[in-house]
Design a protein around this ligand. Structure first.
Ligand SMILES: *Cc1c(COP(=O)(O)O)cnc(C)c1O
Length: 224
């Protein structure tokens, strides 16, 4: 099993990148993205100290996550309306809120089950294939959904565009951080605590530019 070594290497990179960014390494939450990886590997990582795990599909999370009780669970993929009730049962945070409609639905269903779901708003930084809200529309989006009682907005998430050269992601991350900072304390009900960006190839660069939540799959669990 390589997971232990991988986790140590990732932690070291988090430490170094945090120093460059001027924040402490304790400020960065590592979310292990477990899609396609078996529960044995996931639990190995949790035994080595991984606290947070994420999936992008409800079906896979539904099967897998009950076997990993001791971790916080994050939804990081597009959520369909008819899966919201399930998502609320499975996850501790939904990072992929990509429309006012889905925000409303999550709020409604959370209230039904006596919860207030922590969420991040997904920002579109790769026009090609993702869902999410364009950076310029995030302010109005937040104002629209911030009064919903069943969600607790805790920040922003983005899946940056893919580049051969990870360094090319830096300007995108920098713009995200500026957007994040510009929204701080601006919209009542929308807390800007987490900025979730950076994956296996570029999480170090994301941290240097201000990410405090990173989502890492392959670098932790191996090839998919
Ligand atoms: C798969 C996935 C990741 C992790 O990707 P890796 O390249 O395996 O690190 C992060 N975020 C989202 C939304 C994903 O779907």
């Amino acid at each position: 099993m390589r997971v232990k070594e991988n986790l140590e290497r990732i932690r070291e990179e988090i430490r170094i990148s945090s120093i460059k960014s001027g924040s402490g390494p304790g400020d960065v939450t590592l979310v292990g993205i477990t899609k396609t990886f078996p529960s044995e590997l996931v639990n190995e990582a949790v035994r080595c100290g991984l606290t947070d795990v994420g999936e992008n599909r409800i079906q896979e999370a539904e099967k897998k996550f009950p076997q990993t009780p001791n971790a916080r669970k994050h939804m990081v993929g597009h959520l369909q309306s008819n899966k919201v009730s399930k998502a609320i049962k499975i996850f501790d945070m939904i990072q992929s809120v990509d429309s006012p409609k889905i925000a409303g639905k999550i709020s409604e269903r959370s209230l039904d089950s006596g919860k207030r779901m922590p969420v991040l708003i997904q920002v579109l930084t790769d026009e090609g294939k993702q869902s999410g809200t364009r950076p310029k529309d995030i302010g109005p989006f937040l104002r629209e959904v911030s009064s919903l009682k069943g969600i607790h907005i805790q920040g922003l998430m983005t899946i940056g565009p893919y580049f051969e050269e990870p360094e090319d992601s830096r300007p995108v991350f920098r713009q995200m951080k500026q957007l994040f900072d510009s929204l701080k304390d601006k919209i009542p009900g929308a807390e800007m605590r987490y900025l979730s960006m950076g994956m296996s190839e570029d999480f170090g660069i994301a941290i240097e530019e201000g990410a405090n939540m990173i989502r890492v799959g392959r670098a932790l669990f191996g090839r998919r």
